[in-house]
Write a protein that binds this ligand. Structure first.
Ligand SMILES: Cc1cc2nc3c(=O)[nH]c(=O)nc-3n(C[C@H](O)[C@H](O)[C@H](O)COP(=O)(O)O)c2cc1C
Length: 184
């Protein structure tokens, strides 16, 4: 099972934020699998630490997939890292093993400390669609743009029907990034 999270890292005072799918191969361990071209990969390779943020605010996914905007945060306790204020739960992690791949590598990490801050708001269709849309936007270089636009026009009705303000804003933000115009 892959959980969509936001991984924050830091290197030489520079903050990085990126949505990343993670899995739990065993209790107390998390696997993060960034593409070797990503800043997350570079930072994890250099520092060996990260914070895995679990968020239900899909605007964080929409924005962090296309920008390096820094959202409200507080310092992590056990690693030199930063935790998103918007996280309902987070794991501070340290890399224990790396499986290097040609395109993508897997960092097996130990959870050093868990923060549980509040209950999440889950299982909303618009939230799931914004996350899917964010993934498609992140693959703009490898997916046909037409296919992504079709996804947006097909599911916009569901986002408008089931989403709240946050989901609608996130959807519009991603649409705006695609530059799809009014008829999307
Ligand atoms: C929900 C979601 C999950 C993602 N999961 C991954 C992942 O597991 N590995 C990866 O390399 N990129 C993943 N991406 C794409 C990265 O977030 C995206 O390429 C980002 O720009 C990388 O940022 P960075 O260079 O700052 O690390 C995902 C995107 C989204 C929206």
């Amino acid at each position: 099972m892959i959980y969509e999270t936001i991984v924050t890292t830091k290197f030489k005072g520079r903050f990085n934020i990126a949505p990343m799918g993670v899995s739990f191969p065993q209790i107390g361990m998390v696997t993060i699998s960034p593409y070797n071209t990503s800043h997350t990969y570079i930072n994890l390779s250099r520092t060996g630490v990260a914070v895995v943020n679990f968020v239900d605010d899909v605007e964080l996914f929409a924005h962090s997939v296309v920008t390096d905007e820094i959202f409200p945060w507080f310092p992590a306790e056990r690693v030199d890292g930063w935790v998103l204020e918007g996280a309902y739960m987070y794991f501070e992690v340290r890399v224990r093993d790396i499986r290097w791949g040609e395109e993508r590598s897997s960092f097996l990490c130990e959870v050093l400390c868990e923060g549980r801050r509040r209950y999440p708001y889950m299982f909303n269709r618009a939230q799931a669609l914004v996350i899917e849309a964010a993934i498609l936007v992140s693959r703009l270089k490898i997916y046909p743009r037409e296919k992504i636009l079709t996804f947006f026009s097909e599911y916009e009705g569901v986002v408008l029907k089931t989403g709240g303000l946050t989901e609608k804003r996130a959807w519009q933000y991603l649409k705006g990034f695609l530059g799809g115009g009014e008829n999307l």
